[in-house]
Design a protein around this ligand. Structure first.
Ligand SMILES: *[C@@H]1O[C@H](CO)[C@@H](O)[C@H](O)[C@H]1NC(C)=O
Ligand SMILES: *[C@@H]1O[C@H](CO)[C@@H](O)[C@H](O)[C@H]1NC(C)=O
Length: 216
């Protein structure tokens, strides 16, 4: 385990020296940390322009905005560093009808993406994650998801949930069950805990809540 920690620390230190390296993030953290979150198709790519040296711009067709700055009701262009070593996001323009979930940041009014953002085919998201981006994550940004890289993690405050997918499968923590099926949800008065967002679990909770209120 020490080896793993050393490796991760080296991974962080190497950033900027050998290239881009990003910390892993649960999809809920990706949502909460982003300035915008959309579902869109990549439809074109422009080469570097004189006014934006070192950057390329993707044209997207946005079909759903989950999060955006006030007043932004369409998103058409996303800019990224041209070089992958500077965390530039390289999109393989193979299928223009494939929808993606895209998170990114707004800098001086420009919409920006990079490799550290959560950008995945919409079809690869679980039902629980789609519901997460639409309903659950937006309500849960007061909760904080803390990655656990070693066997001795502990929480420092009530609003935190430990993300152990990184421990179980640190190469692909996004395949873990907390990433795919769970959200860290405020249970009231700032106490956050993991809650399954599988349709069956939601139905069971609703049923329990209904019978609980009927009994009162
Ligand atoms: C392109 O993506 C669409 C939507 O995901 C899919 O239905 C279609 O089969 C894909 N086409 C190819 C050639 O992969
Ligand atoms: C992660 O999930 C993808 C898609 O379900 C699968 O193809 C891949 O093998 C998984 N990787 C690991 C390491 O479990």
């Amino acid at each position: 385990m020490l080896g793993l920690v050393v490796l991760l620390v080296l991974g962080c230190l190497s950033q900027g020296v050998w290239g881009c390296s990003c910390g892993q993030r649960h999809p809920q953290s990706a949502y909460c940390n982003a300035d915008f979150v959309i579902r869109a198709r990549f439809i074109g790519k422009t080469q570097q322009k004189a006014e934006e040296p070192g950057r390329v711009t993707y044209e997207v067709k946005t079909t759903k905005i989950f999060k955006a700055p006030d007043g932004m009701d369409d998103i058409q262009f996303l800019s990224t560093p041209a070089m992958e070593s500077l965390c530039g996001y390289e999109h393989k323009m193979s299928n223009k009808s494939q929808a993606f979930l895209i998170t990114g940041h707004v800098m001086n009014g420009n919409l920006q993406i990079d490799q550290c953002n959560f950008i995945v085919p919409w079809a690869s998201l679980s039902v629980a994650q789609r519901k997460g981006f639409q309903e659950v994550y937006p309500k849960s940004c007061s909760c904080s998801i803390v990655p656990c890289y070693s066997g001795t993690c502990s929480l420092e405050s009530d609003n935190q949930c430990l993300w152990t997918d990184v421990l179980v499968n640190w190469m692909e923590p996004l395949n873990g069950s907390q990433s795919k099926y769970m959200a860290c949800v405020d249970q009231g008065s700032g106490l956050c805990s993991w809650e399954s967002q599988k349709p069956s679990a939601i139905a069971a909770r609703n049923k329990a809540a209904a019978s609980g209120s009927a009994a009162e």
